[in-house]
Design a protein around this ligand. Structure first.
Ligand code: SER
Length: 592
């Protein structure tokens, strides 16, 4: 046990804020979930996000020491919701120094809070610090500070940028090396070389102290900031669940009444993932609908993400035999649970319920018909692939967000021509003169500079996988890009070895360093395929397509957009390699 007594969410919230106020911080209100100054992200993803102007030097009316609990939404890993730790909404406890204290004082305050206020056993604490690279030096200051506080050397890990660097929150902005604090779960070790970089479950992260001394510019360079800041973030739900020794965040107090009600409503079946998805999505929808900037379901931007969440909850409810008209009841529970802490949720209570009711009945009517249509489709599709046209019909006639069609397809071992879908969508939009820019990739703005770079990286990755794994039958089975990372699925029968992963990273970086230009040509699909271009779109044979060529290295049929030259990409690194479905592997990677 990490500590002796149980601790619920409001106790942790209050203790945290009181402690930092006692240490000279001004308590500030949680900002809206909809960011004010950042067109590259749809939602507030961290406590520092609304503070960007102040981290860059503007004066904050609350002074130079601040603390709060911030509502956050991250939808990039929506398909992992339902495991033990992922949620699309979470609360982040944070404290900031705007050019005031720096590493040592920040670490000491965190340590005292954990050991003296929360009474966590010091022997269960491990930390990681930045190992150093060409941007910033090895962080000996933080390491020495932890050592002097009594953390044993074997519990202090030096890790690279991939693990111990945070930010910027969008494409540009303040960022820097960090030191992360973990609770060690001795029961879950995967072997002697395990470290906080490993996801086996031995090291559970509870707090991240970021030393924001740099600003990342649009050209990818890091410029030192005139003021040195500290930005820390502690995920409330995760920390409560770890402190209480729970197996999953869905067991903590804020979820319990909702999870219990879902269990009661579901007539049989032990589908724990579906129950968690429903609990998560309804909570996020409640906060989005109840936000002070009041969003409602729609087909663009934030409203589209909200629509997707509600519709996905409806589908999962049907899956475990819950009539979707019961879902607003769960929102009522959340209004009770959070109404005191977030008065906007209480004040907007009626709107939350009525908007949910409207969206649920709008969709539930067509869901059943759409599912019948989907079953029919499965019988007559070719190459195990749903065409863009068919996916568009599911969207246009039955209200299936494309992500839902892809998810259903994945569950059935088939793929979807997403590019074809997007083309139908664009054509339809042009026809209906609905010109609004579409932004729905994982909650982030499409077509941004960073997504273009990651997109180019996926092309280089595919060509490199074929080379390193010596397998020319490898092709793309799916891809999803947010401003933070790329996700790429491809056919391959077994996990990659450590060495293969390293060779792939090395291969991609070599191509990046060769500074190859990326060019685009339009031609018929026939000509494109004959010229050796990669392209998994058999059903679009005969149409005019775009072909993107990366020097002598890669040629793919693709809608774009892409970077102009590989040298713009920065350093490529793989953060995860895992199974996606039978015979399909999934790689997640970032550009630093
Ligand atoms: N911004 C950092 C994070 O999100 C610390 O608050 O982890």
């Amino acid at each position: 046990m990490v500590r002796k007594d149980n601790m619920n969410s409001s106790e942790l919230r209050n203790k945290y804020l009181e402690y930092f106020v006692k240490n000279g911080h001004t308590r500030i209100k949680s900002a809206s979930l909809i960011p004010d100054n950042d067109p590259t992200v749809l939602f507030t993803t961290a406590g520092m996000h609304p503070l960007v102007p102040y981290l860059l030097g503007e004066k904050h009316p609350g002074g130079n020491r601040l603390t709060n609990v911030q509502k956050c939404v991250r939808t990039g890993d929506i398909d992992e919701v339902g495991d033990n730790s992922h949620c699309t909404f979470f609360e982040m406890l944070g404290n900031w120094s705007l050019g005031d204290y720096f590493k040592e004082e920040s670490i000491k305050m965190s340590f005292n809070f954990l050991v003296n206020e929360l009474k966590i056993d010091i022997n269960t604490i491990a930390v990681s610090v930045f190992a150093g690279d060409e941007t910033a030096p090895r962080d000996m200051v933080s390491a020495t500070c932890w050592k002097n506080l009594g953390i044993k050397e074997e519990k202090i890990f030096f890790l690279p940028k991939k693990n111990n660097w945070w930010g910027p929150a969008g494409v540009t902005g303040p960022c820097g090396p960090d030191t992360e604090i973990f609770i060690v779960n001795e029961k879950a070790s995967c072997g002697e070389n395990c470290s906080p970089a490993c996801s086996c479950g031995k090291y559970l992260e509870i707090w991240n102290n970021v030393f924001m001394e740099y600003e990342k510019k649009a050209d990818g360079s890091y410029v030192p900031l005139s003021q040195k800041n500290v930005d820390t973030g502690m995920g409330l739900e995760r920390t409560v669940s770890i402190l209480n020794g729970n197996n999953s965040v869905y067991e903590i107090d804020v979820f319990k009444p909702v999870m219990d009600r879902i269990k009661e409503l579901a007539s049989g079946g032990e589908n724990i993932r579906a129950r968690r998805v429903i609990a998560d999505h309804l909570r996020t929808a409640t906060f989005m609908l109840g936000d002070e900037k009041g969003i409602t379901p729609s087909n663009v931007d934030q409203g589209y993400i909200l629509r997707r969440l509600i519709r996905r909850a409806v589908r999962f409810a049907r899956l475990i035999s819950i009539a979707p008209e019961f879902l607003p009841e769960l929102a009522k529970e959340y209004i009770k649970i959070y109404g005191e802490t977030y008065p906007e949720i209480k004040n907007n209570g009626e709107k939350i319920i009525s908007e949910l009711q409207k969206e649920i009945s709008r969709f539930d009517d067509t869901l059943q018909k759409g599912l019948v249509e989907f079953e029919k489709l499965k019988k007559y599709i070719q190459n195990n692939r749903i065409s863009g046209k068919a996916a568009f019909r599911l969207y246009d006639t039955f209200g299936f967000p494309i992500e839902m069609t892809i998810e259903l397809a994945e569950e059935n071992g088939i793929t979807v021509d997403k590019e074809g879908y997007e083309e139908c969508f664009r054509e339809h939009q042009e026809k209906s003169h609905a010109g609004a820019e579409q932004k729905f990739k994982g909650g982030l703005a499409d077509n941004s500079e960073q997504t273009s770079k990651l997109h180019t990286a996926t092309h280089i990755l595919l060509a490199t996988l074929k080379k390193v794994l010596k397998d020319n039958t490898i092709s793309q089975k799916g891809s999803n890009i947010t401003a933070e990372r790329l996700r790429f699925d491809f056919n391959f029968e077994r996990p990659l070895t450590e060495e293969e992963i390293k060779d792939v990273e090395k291969g991609v970086n070599e191509v990046i360093n060769r500074a190859l230009p990326i060019t685009c040509e339009e031609m018929s699909a026939d000509a494109a395929l004959k010229s050796g271009a990669e392209g998994a779109f058999a059903e679009r044979y005969g149409e005019i397509v775009k072909v993107y060529t990366i020097g002598d290295y890669s040629k793919e049929i693709c809608g774009g957009p892409h970077a102009g030259n590989t040298k713009e990409l920065g350093k490529f690194s793989i953060s995860k390699e895992q199974s996606s479905s039978a015979g399909v592997r999934r790689i997640k990677a970032i550009l630093e």
